[in-house]
Design a protein around this ligand. Structure first.
Ligand SMILES: [Zn+2]
Length: 115
C-alpha cells in the first residue's frame, strides 16, 4: 500500500487509543484496524508495537493462553500523556481538514437533516 506512509501516524494513534481502553495484542489490533479500512500486516504492526514500547508508550508482557503464548500490550502513563497531547493536535487538524467542506451526508455524519 503506497499511501501507508501517510497513515502510519494515524495507525499509531489508533493503537494507543485502543491500548488505553484495554490491553491489546497484535492479531486483535490487526483485526480492529481492518474494520477501519487499514490493511496492515503482522510484519508492519509488530515492529510498530515494539517501537511504541521502546519509546515508553506501551508496556508488554507475555501471556500464556493454551499452548501458545501471546504478547499483550498496555498503555503506560507516558503513553496516556502522549495520546492526550496528540488528540488535541488531531482535533485541530480535523477542524482544518473539514472547515471548508459543506456538511456531507454520510454514515459518520451526525448532522440533523437540513431541509
Ligand atoms: Zn478503532
Amino acid at each position: 500500500m503506497t499511501d501507508q506512509d501517510l497513515y502510519v501516524g494515524l495507525i499509531r494513534l489508533h493503537v494507543l487509543h485502543h491500548s488505553a481502553q484495554e490491553p491489546i495484542f497484535g492479531l486483535g489490533i490487526i483485526e480492529e484496524l481492518r474494520h477501519h479500512g487499514y490493511e496492515i500486516s503482522a510484519g508492519t504492526l509488530y515492529p510498530m508495537l515494539h517501537g511504541l514500547e521502546k519509546k515508553g508508550y506501551l508496556i508488554s508482557q507475555q501471556e500464556r493462553s493454551g499452548r501458545r503464548g501471546r504478547r499483550i500490550y498496555a498503555i503506560t502513563p507516558h503513553g496516556r500523556q502522549a495520546l492526550a497531547a496528540a488528540k488535541i493536535k488531531v482535533k485541530e487538524l480535523f477542524g482544518e481538514l473539514f472547515q471548508d467542506e459543506p456538511a456531507l451526508p454520510g454514515p459518520t455524519s451526525h448532522c440533523q437533516t437540513v431541509a
